[in-house]
Design a protein around this ligand. Structure first.
Ligand code: C5P
Length: 226
């Protein structure tokens, strides 16, 4: 068994999950969207009144952490969906409201510790593709293949907007661009596990790549890594 761990990190909305999912499918690996886990914690904060004027009540959140159960369940089409305390929240965690609060929630040390532990458990048996911000640096520093993805913020905002509109959500280009740039800033400047390229990660700028080119590129890197 030469199953490996594949870590895909990078900026917001640069297609990490699309390429990670595709590769996982091709290899028969598990795909984990670590961002969905931070989004689920954020949704929990919103639903339980832990947010006042954009400020998170960290003391209460710390007490509530043990009441937050996050899982992925495979739907009838074979795709993983995010569950928060046994409720399917796959749609809700993608809203602008969650997107606008997720980076501050993700900067909290005890939140990161809990999510990191869960993620490491999920990868114990290898054969996993995980995307996020700190997978190659913190969660799986020994991953056999690490990719760091970037693209211009204009490209990323357009992609995210298209995706949201396709899913029937409402947003404007300006709103999405602002959110993408703000999240990147907070993610790069937080003290605990900031977003940065691991020294041994391979850099990919996919601004001018088609989905097919990107998938081919990634598969090729996988072949080189095994
Ligand atoms: O990947 P996605 O854009 O859904 O992630 C949402 C947010 O979750 C990111 O902007 C970041 O603040 C946080 N995140 C993180 N570490 C990860 C994955 C996501 O801090 N490994």
């Amino acid at each position: 068994n030469n199953n490996i761990v594949i870590a895909i990190d990078g900026f917001s909305s640069c297609g990490k999950s699309t390429m990670a999912k595709e590769l996982a499918k091709k290899l028969g690996y598990i795909y984990i969207d670590s961002g969905a886990m931070y989004r689920a914690v954020t949704l929990f904060c919103i639903q339980n009144g832990l947010v006042t004027n954009g400020v998170i009540d960290e003391d209460r959140l710390k007490d509530e952490m043990r009441n937050i159960k996050i899982e992925f369940r495979i739907n009838s089409e074979g795709r993983p969906e995010t569950y928060l305390n046994d409720k399917n929240v796959e749609q809700e965690i993608r809203s602008m409201q969650v997107s606008n609060l997720v980076s501050p929630v993700s900067a909290i040390g005890f939140v990161r510790e809990a999510m990191t532990r869960l993620q490491q458990d999920m990868g114990r048996r290898k054969g996993i593709v995980m995307d996020g911000r700190d997978i190659g640096t913190t969660v799986f520093p020994n991953a056999e293949l690490k990719i760091f993805v970037t693209a211009s913020s204009d490209t990323r905002a357009k992609r995210r907007l298209e995706e949201m509109l396709r899913k029937g959500q409402t947003a404007t280009y300006d709103e999405v661009l602002k959110n993408v740039e703000e999240r990147d800033y907070i993610d790069q400047h937080r003290t605990v596990s900031p977003l940065r390229k691991a020294d041994d990660a391979i850099l990919l700028d996919n601004s001018h790549m088609t989905l097919e080119q990107q998938d081919q590129w990634l598969y090729n890197e996988y072949l080189k890594a095994v």
